[in-house]
Design a protein around this ligand. Structure first.
Ligand code: FEO
Ligand code: CA
Ligand code: CA
Ligand code: CA
Length: 594
């Protein structure tokens, strides 16, 4: 309407319309470019990428597959230079290797896939004239893979639950798996979530004794062979052979990208589940809160509250201290209580009588880790068990079963916390949990965004749904109260980020409305609250992740272009980014105002 103030700074772009183009589209007046793609050189001397001639030795030196998280860290004293840290969530072998035989992968293919997972650190340089970022220099560059060394820290380190024949100490883990979203810490490190780690382990059905079998099932470990058959080439991926190996994955890992020789850590005090990621909020008194989602249907939102305070400065002593902050503190899981009568939450998605999906909530403590040891706060669980089988402890606590908690982050401006609940096709179906006010739609195809006003170090919260995503023309959607005729449709929110002015940005994965995924801005305050505009769309079959919004750049990871059920190497669904008849390649993209 005419009484509306102008959109916030930077949010006056002409929205990209929903589309199915095999391209990255940005608003008119903006440009975009690929920063780095699967197979590009990362380490000095890396061989050129050759699709028909891949091998592990080359991939270990090249940018990995399926980029997801991206973090951008300025390099002090070198204003155009940054470290770009990117996770490589998973491999899709049939789209990766010509002639791949799913029944009989070769050892070289398996080892190449190990090398294509993990994390890349790449130094990039900005252009003075435009927003382009190009790889520049290698002194910080690094690849972490499924075989790199990680140190297990916190309450579960050294426990009987994580000891293996290769590591009787229970403190040294080879590799990181399924690194999804993450966060940049205020002390200059990177947090990365080990998400769907279960899929890499085979033959869990051969473990029948309890409590092992129940624990394996709660974490969704595959029965029979794993899809990639890694267990044929390394017995640690065979659950009956090495039953504790899976207990060494599913953590938040922390990487110091400033020291390529440093050993990254896995923080067991932050619990073990399908960690989407973790982001940090620091209170005025220096306490550190990590917000985390467990991306599974009917799983939970967590937070970790540190016992230690952050140390300012970026010297070696401060870094050493700050990298232990996430080892001592309290792990909580969230319960959300609605304030409308249950009869008004009918699963249709229409608003209850008070006009809002909202209410109060409680953080239920699970585990307290201190320098002298850890204490379980859940009856029937030891501290080690809470750290390693966190989902089962949270079940006992009576946490609220959510519609797939993905990325969660506190606004740097207001401290309010936003979590993407991506979708839940099983809500209300068969014996699955019914709707509640925070998860108000049956067979939820489009997801929602929950806004939490948190007593960060405390246990109370209030909440409301900012967006109930989906087709704005239907009654089961809500766009923060904004006029739904004036918004871009958004579906399946996955990652959240904030621009320097505190506006929310959301990237999507799996758009259920028939168009490609994309990146959207959302106004949070004032009369335009809920106004959602699509800034960017990604190519066919891709998801949008890793968004970073700076003063002059919009960075996204374009993950799995061309990943459609009927796509093959002979008949790819996408040719992005090279075009022509090229194979699709996941890549990091930067956009800027021309
Ligand atoms: Fe890997 Fe939950 O997205
Ligand atoms: Ca209500
Ligand atoms: Ca994600
Ligand atoms: Ca995703």
């Amino acid at each position: 309407g005419s009484e509306l103030p102008p959109p916030p700074r930077g949010l006056d772009f002409e929205p990209v319309p929903p589309n199915t183009e095999d391209a990255v589209r940005v608003p008119s007046g903006y440009s975009s470019d690929v920063v780095i793609r699967w197979g590009d050189p990362v380490l000095d001397g890396a061989p050129a990428w050759d699709f028909s001639n891949q091998n592990a030795e080359a991939q270990e030196q090249q940018f990995g597959y399926n980029n997801d998280f991206a973090g951008l860290l300025p390099i002090e004293g070198s204003p155009n230079d940054h470290l770009l840290v990117v996770s490589h969530e998973y491999t899709n072998e049939p789209a990766m290797f010509p002639g791949y035989d799913e029944e009989n992968p070769t050892e070289e293919q398996v080892r190449t896939a190990w090398a294509a997972h993990g994390i890349s650190v790449v130094k990039v340089r900005g252009n003075a004239g435009d927003g382009r970022l190009v790889p520049a220099g290698s002194e910080y560059n690094r690849r972490l893979t499924v075989t790199s060394e990680f140190r297990l820290v916190g309450p579960a380190a050294g426990s009987d639950l994580v000891r293996t024949s290769a590591d009787p100490s229970g403190t040294i883990v080879r590799g990181t798996l399924n690194n999804c979203a993450g966060g940049v810490t205020p002390w200059g490190t990177i947090l990365s979530g080990e998400e769907n780690f279960n899929q890499y382990f085979g033959n869990s059905d051969q473990v029948a004794e309890e409590p092992a079998a129940t624990r394996l099932a709660r974490y969704g470990m595959p029965e029979g062979a794993s899809r990639r058959a890694w267990e044929r080439f390394d017995s640690r991926f065979d659950v009956p052979s090495e039953p504790n190996e899976p207990n060494r994955f599913g953590y938040i890992v922390e990487i110091n990208p400033w020291d390529p020789a440093s050993t990254p850590v896995k923080h067991t005090a932050m619990g073990r589940f399908k960690h989407e990621g973790a982001t940090i909020h620091v209170t005025d008194d220096g306490s550190v809160i990590a917000y985390m989602g467990d991306d599974e249907r009917f799983d939970y939102i967590y937070k970790f509250v540190s016992a230690k305070k952050i140390q300012q400065g970026n010297g070696a002593a401060a870094m050493r201290h700050n990298m232990t902050i996430l080892d001592e503190g309290t792990l909580y899981v969230a319960r959300f209580d609605g304030n409308s009568p249950a009869s008004e939450i009918d699963g249709s998605g229409s608003l209850p009588g008070d006009g809002a999906f909202d209410g109060t909530g409680t953080w239920i403590p699970l585990l307290r880790a201190t320098a002298d040891g850890a204490e379980s706060l859940i009856d029937g669980f030891t501290a080690d068990e809470v750290a390693v089988f966190t989902r089962l402890a949270a079940d006992e606590a009576g946490a609220t079963k959510m519609d797939r908690p993905e990325d969660i982050e506190a606004s740097p401006r207001t401290g309010k916390v936003y979590c993407a609940l991506t979708n839940n096709s099983r809500r209300g179906v068969d014996d699955n949990p019914r709707v509640d006010e925070a998860n108000p739609r049956n067979e939820n195809k489009n997801g929602q965004i929950i806004e939490i006003t948190d007593d960060h170090t405390g246990t109370s919260l209030t909440w409301n749904l900012l967006l109930v995503c989906g087709d704005p023309a239907t009654a089961d959607t809500y766009y923060g109260g904004f006029d739904k005729e004036q918004v871009s449709p958004i579906s399946c929110p996955d990652n959240v980020a904030f621009d320097p002015d505190g506006n929310l940005w959301i990237s999507t994965d799996g758009n259920a409305l028939g168009a490609n995924d994309g990146l959207f801005s959302v106004v949070l305050d004032g009369p335009r609250r809920g106004e959602t505009r699509q800034f960017l769309s990604v190519p066919v079959g891709a998801e949008t992740c890793g968004p970073i919004i700076t003063e002059n750049r919009y960075i996204v990871c374009v993950q799995h272009p061309g990943e459609l059920d009927d796509a093959t190497i002979e008949n790819p669904a996408s040719h992005w980014p090279e075009g022509g008849d090229a194979q699709p390649r996941s890549a990091v993209v930067v956009a800027w105002k021309a």
